[in-house]
Every structure is written in C-alpha cells, then in structure tokens.
Write a protein that binds this ligand. Sequence first.
Ligand SMILES: C[S@@+](CC[C@H](N)C(=O)[O-])C[C@H]1O[C@@H](n2cnc3c(N)ncnc32)[C@H](O)[C@@H]1O
Length: 245
Amino acid sequence: MAVVIFLLQFLAAIILLPLHILNSLGLWDPFFKKVFPFLQSRVCESYNKLMDDEKRKLFKNMSDFSGPSKELRLLEVGCGTGANFKHYPSGCKVTCLDINPNFQSYLNKSQAENEHLIYESFVVASADNMTSVSDSSMDVVVCTLLACSVPNIPAVLKEVKRVLRPGGGFYFIEHVADIDESSWTTFFQKVLNPSWKLIFDGCSIRKTTWKDLENAEFSEMNLRHITAPISLKLAKPHIIGYAVK
Ligand SMILES: C[S@@+](CC[C@H](N)C(=O)[O-])C[C@H]1O[C@@H](n2cnc3c(N)ncnc32)[C@H](O)[C@@H]1O
C-alpha cells in the first residue's frame, strides 16, 4: 500500500509541476499570502454556515471564564477574517493575532459587523512566538483551523498556556487526520497531503493535533472527535473542544 501511495503522490506532484517550480523560485508563497484572505473569506462563509451549530454549542460557556470583575479578555490566534466574532459574549475584549497582515481589511469588516465586542488590537506575529502578549493576560484563547498550518504545535500550545491566566480556557476546532487508519479518507489524505500542503500554504490534512493537546498538560481537557458537516471529505475529521489551564 505504501508503494501505491508513493506512486500516486508522485503523479500528483507531476500534475502540479508548475506550482513546484513557482515554489522553488520563492514566488508561490508571497502570491498565496496575498490571495489567501480573499479565498479564506469565501471558504469561511460556507464553512461557518455549516459549522454554526457546533460553534454555538462550543462557545456557549465562554462567559464562565470571566475574571472577578466580569471582564472577559480573549485572544484569537490565527484569527483570519474574524469568522468567530459573532459567537463571543457581549462586551468581550478581543485581541486578534495572525501571521498574515493581509487580513486587516477583512478583520475591519467583521469588527464593524460585530459591535457587541470591544476590539483591543491586531497583532501580526507567529503563534509560536507571541512575545507582545503578556504572561497570564488572557481569560480565553481561541484557535480554529490553525494547527493544520503550524509546523510546531507543541510550541504554539506552550505559548497559549503562557498567555492564559491560571484557570483560563482554551477553545479549539481543528481538522485532523482520520483516526481510522484503514479508511479511504486516510488513504486519500496520505496521497494528497503533499500537494495540499504546497497549494494551501503548508496546511496539512494529516495532523494528529489531539495528541499534542493531550500532551500539553492542561488541568482539564474536553475534546471530541467529530465528522464535520462539510462537503470536503478529506477535511471532515475534526476535533473540537476546550481545555482549562
Ligand atoms: C484556515 S485559516 C483559519 C482562520 C480562522 N481561525 C477561521 O477559523 O476562520 C488559518 C489562519 O491561521 C493563520 N496562521 C497560519 N500560520 C500561523 C502562525 N504560525 N501564526 C499565526 N497565525 C497563523 C493564517 O494566516 C490564517 O489566518
């Protein structure tokens, strides 16, 4: 089976040869970073409609993490276009962080549509090195569809724990590798992952993010494997939940 997967990966690489050439010349990444916010805003629209129920259920207890003054300081890491804003409780103070500054105009639009929130700042930084966010300064951190595109998930989780106050909540939704190693989904995830990563800015459909979360030593972990109600089969396996520092 490994040989078949290798041959099909090779075939996919040949089909994508022009893209490989652009990438090796260093031209693909800057181009993709420019167009990604537009693509993401389109994908987000349908993804979020389909995931609306799951998100509403997930975020409904968020206010429980408010501090003694009832203030809720929230950091969204890999915020993208701000697709989650509508689910946050009123008066919540939101700091946005993303590695790609080209999301700014999309964020502005989402902020204007969600006046129930207080926006603190948009930090352009990498999730594994959030030095401008102070230790224990957040009640809640949110990451959705981020882990798939970061090379070092444990380093990101270490940063998440650093910026969360003790007892703070970490909410996540991630598409992951299928847990059934014998399924067709696993087969096609393995075949298409190298091409997928090349096209989508390093996004992997084979991440076992639940293992990193389990190893991160949160004091409480509420994690579910679900089949997301989306049409793209390869990205259907998801994990969803929240952890407490
Ligand atoms: C698939 S999008 C998801 C956006 C948003 N969280 C959502 O659910 O709609 C992934 C986001 O993570 C950002 N990202 C990727 N790698 C990152 C990193 N190392 N640090 C911070 N953000 C990153 C991308 O720029 C993009 O905005």
